[in-house]
Design a binder for this molecule. Structure first.
Ligand code: MN
Ligand code: MN
Ligand code: ZN
Length: 302
């Protein structure tokens, strides 16, 4: 076979393989994430666009943006999903903390748009004692502010379902639904479903009936088009524990069956499915977990 037709065949195989990937490090610059994604067999991936544990970020320089776009094209890894910093809480009842959070989120939205990244996944926020309804109102107001300052942007913010640890909101689908319905421009928002989080929050995925009931409710609340990313994590902590600890695929409380349902569900075929599980020293656990997900998709593994 000629090199050209081999290339075509490989490209076709890649395009037909499940849309799975993992969170990748940006050490050395955002563009460096693609080579890591390739090494871990990612078709899609998630990154931070800055250090997730710091407020400050060095501004993106033109060369970095260009290198990012080039590497993305070369690797074929798409879509790329960004995740926001863990420090951000746009639900905070404290004006100072909320102000810092909105500024930091605005910066991240700008970075994501500059890089041509489709989605920025964020945790809706924690009400810190102000109460759930008040927290949701604050989130809506904060999102409206961000939207107003970034009019015309193509990127979308995806609100992530949470485990509901502490005062974190978004552990019920109806809370995220209220946020989306509450903003002035709901078309600019989508949803990221994290399997570990929803399971810990009390949405079952372990049996076919449980899985169907959960996904049916998800689609009934948001519509299929709004579910733009799935975080594929097993849960170290039990059902309804409201504690967020990720486990390797099939080794947690959800177990293999739940992930088999997900991987064989045609409704999620075009949705990026991204691991946030421990990677191991040389990303070997990403290779193992992604391999498992691909086998679940073919239905070949027992
Ligand atoms: Mn998250
Ligand atoms: Mn997640
Ligand atoms: Zn989590």
């Amino acid at each position: 076979m000629s090199t050209e037709s081999k290339k075509k065949k490989n490209a076709k195989r890649k395009a037909n393989s499940p849309l799975v990937g993992a969170h990748m490090s940006i050490a050395g610059g955002v563009s460096k994430s693609f080579a890591r994604g390739e090494a871990a067999s990612c078709r899609t991936m998630q990154i931070f666009t800055k250090n997730a544990n710091q407020w400050k970020a060095n501004p993106l320089v033109e060369e970095e943006v260009e290198a990012f776009r080039k590497e993305r094209k070369r690797s074929g890894i798409t879509p790329v999903v960004a995740h926001d910093s863990y420090l951000i809480n746009i639900a905070s009842p404290e004006g100072k903390k909320r102000g810092m959070s909105k500024r930091a989120l605005l910066e991240e939205v700008e970075r994501v748009e500059a890089l041509g990244i489709e989605y920025l996944v964020m945790h809706p926020g924690a009400h810190m004692g102000a109460g759930e309804e008040e927290g949701i109102r604050t989130i809506i107001a904060s999102l409206n502010e961000i939207h107003r300052k970034t009019e015309g942007y193509r990127m979308k913010i995806l609100l992530e379902t949470t485990a509901g640890q502490g005062t974190n909101l978004g552990y019920r689908f109806e809370q995220i639904e209220a946020m989306i319905d509450g903003v002035d421009d709901p078309d600019r928002l989508g949803v990221c479903m994290d399997t570990c989080h929803i399971f810990a929050a009390g949405y079952d995925l372990r049996t076919e009936e449980g899985y169907e009931k959960t996904i049916k409710e998800l689609f009934a609340r948001f519509g299929r088009k709004k579910i733009l990313c799935v975080h594929v994590n097993d849960s170290l902590k039990p059902f309804e524990s409201r504690v967020d600890r990720h486990a390797h695929i099939g080794e947690g409380e959800i177990g293999r069956e739940g992930f088999r349902y997900l991987m064989q569900d045609p409704r999620f075929a075009k949705v990026p499915k991204i691991l946030e599980t421990p990677k191991g020293g040389k990303m070997e656990m990403d290779l193992i977990n992604l391999g498992l997900l691909r086998r679940f998709a073919t239905g070949k593994t027992g």
